[in-house]
Design a protein around this ligand. Structure first.
Ligand code: HMG
Ligand code: MG
Length: 307
């Protein structure tokens, strides 16, 4: 029998989502220049995969109505990959015009959540992606796929994990390089995460699965650790714990990037991120939205007993 932590990796890739998942849920719309200040601070902290906006309808998500400007103006740096959510062909057109290098398509494992989020059934959404994923790949973009509400839905409750797996397989078949599994409303607990992640990793290579955990009920870090033990190597996170989903009532921020990185570095797992600078980026995020953020390390500071 293997010992606890035997299987954790040497290095983890963090997919930062605060400028998108964080800011999409803010009551007040943040001016473009402040968004760019946050993105600058994230790059300075060493983040190399940053989801900066969404090419969605500005009527549905007015907070990200400046997506074209944000994607065009982000600081281009060697090794930094920017991405943006993209629901349809119109979104892809905008993505291609902006020069962004990656898009994310998103679909829910729950019919009701999907209808509320994108006004289409799951099947129609997947069919619509034929006009997004393959053309994007052909144009040289990387495409990431999100499956939302995998751990549970705010409207339907429990979700059949086999349906989530079927959807993930369809996204891969259409050309997504990685599937990010969303605990959209933060209801997951470690045993459930164990069973879900085991099921996905028995059907898909580790590198093609990421976890996108909202910390609504304080279980995101525990679920992330279970994922790491089972072979997950990519985790989504949001600086300061900024975030939510406008079409998932009660959804709180993502797993805070500082909390994740504090745990990873403390366990000897490399990330290429400078935790002190990341903490500073959290302060920038706080100034940008003008309210206190919930992240634990964000509030307590990065100092550890060995420092
Ligand atoms: P719709 O109203 O059904 O769209 O919205 P439509 O195709 O009927 O078009 C209506 C109008 O919108 C038209 O304009 C289109 O041109 C325009 P009009 O002719 O009336 O002037 N339109 C667009 N404009 C700009 N960009 C576009 C676009 N598409 C259509 N791409 C739609 C359908 C998908 C557009 C809408 O429902 C939408 O934008 N939804 C986005 C919802 C969203 O962003 N949710 C949050 C992200 S998902 C999430 O947070 C979960 C995640 O974090 C993972 C997790 O936590 O689990 C990823
Ligand atoms: Mg999310």
């Amino acid at each position: 029998m293997s010992a606890l932590f035997d299987a954790v990796p040497d290095a983890v890739s963090v997919h930062e989502v605060s400028p998108r998942d964080g800011l999409q849920n803010e009551a007040a719309t943040v001016p473009t220049a402040r968004k760019l200040r946050l993105i600058e601070a994230l790059v300075a902290a060493g983040l190399r995969r940053i989801e900066v906006t969404s090419f969605v309808s500005p009527r549905w998500v007015p907070q990200l109505a400046d997506a074209d400007d944000v994607a065009r103006l982000v600081p281009r740096r060697e090794g930094v990959v920017y991405s943006a959510l993209c629901p349809n062909a119109k979104g892809l057109e905008r993505a291609l015009a902006s020069g962004i290098e990656e898009i994310g398509v998103f679909v829910s494992a729950s019919e009701t959540h999907n209808l509320k989020n994108v006004n289409k059934t799951v099947q129609a959404t997947l069919e619509g992606f034929r006009h997004v994923i393959a053309p994007a790949v052909a144009a040289g973009l990387r495409v990431r796929g999100y499956v939302s509400t995998v751990w549970g839905c705010p409207y339907e409750g429990a979700i059949d994990p086999r349906r989530a797996l079927e959807i993930a397989q369809e996204l891969r078949a259409q050309g997504c390089y990685q599937i990010s599994l969303g605990d959209t409303i933060g209801v997951g607990t470690p045993r459930q995460t164990h069973d879900l992640v085991r099921m996905f990793l028995s059907e898909m290579p580790n590198a093609e699965v990421a976890l996108h955990l909202h910390d609504t009920r304080g279980t995101a870090l525990a679920n992330a650790l279970v994922g790491l033990e089972l072979g997950i190597r990519t985790l989504d996170a949001s600086v300061g714990g900024l975030g939510g989903c406008p079409y998932a009532p009660g959804a709180a921020g993502n797993l805070a990037t500082e909390d994740l990185v504090f745990m990873l570095h403390g366990m000897g797992i490399a990330t290429d991120i400078d935790l002190d600078k990341l903490w500073e980026a959290g302060k920038v995020a706080e100034a940008v939205v003008g309210r206190e953020l919930p992240g634990k390390v964000h509030r307590a500071g990065v100092r550890s007993l060995s420092a």
